[in-house]
Design a protein around this ligand. Sequence first.
Ligand SMILES: [Mg+2]
Length: 248
Amino acid sequence: MILTYPSQIDTSKLKVIAFDLDGTLTQHRTPLDDANRAVLDKLSKKYRILMVGAGMCARIFNQMGGYPVDILGNYGLQYAKYNPETKTIDVIRDTVLPCDRESSAEKVEAMRREFGLTEYAGESIEFHASGAITFPLLGKSAKIEDKLAFDPDRAKRRPMYPRVKELFPEYTVFIGGSSSFDMVPAPNDKFYALSKLCAEEGYSHDEVLYVGDDYLEGGNDHAVAVSDIAFVTIDDYTKLSERLAFLL
Ligand SMILES: [Mg+2]
């Protein structure tokens, strides 16, 4: 439920503020800066802070410079808790799901022919240890500048999105990164991960507020944005403190 104005929710009920990382607290894959670190510091005096990421817990923890926070990673397939004694994270859940690599690779080749994407650099499909899959349209080894220039507004990938979902019905499909589709075995997505955490740790959904940038259809925060969990949209991570002023 995207909040159009802060008074839409009763902040006195809130216990958990859950964050996406890339595009919300930082620029894509860049370190957490001092300004947004200070926002987290202030919030953590009143609320429990939680990260909910598409990447692995260790990557999120490192990108945040070892910030003391619990992390749901890989869309909830991983869960890591901060250990104040060791000042690192303990991974307490690391789910690995099966993946039919042969049939997935065939589907990706079919899409390459269909979409005219038969030229690519390196691997055509990327299989992750968790069971998730990435379909890098330009190939896994394409140059980063080519990847960034390929589809910045997602105009190329949006028309393909229904077809990818159709071919991978057993996955949740995201328009990911700069030039790829990411697929994680269904029903896993960020809302499923948050709901599971609420059930396991005794929170109701109205005690949680989520902050994310990728809230449109196909985005990795979309499932939360259309759920019963309150959602604050971020379109510019440098304006985070203004957007969250109502919580501070
Ligand atoms: Mg994001």
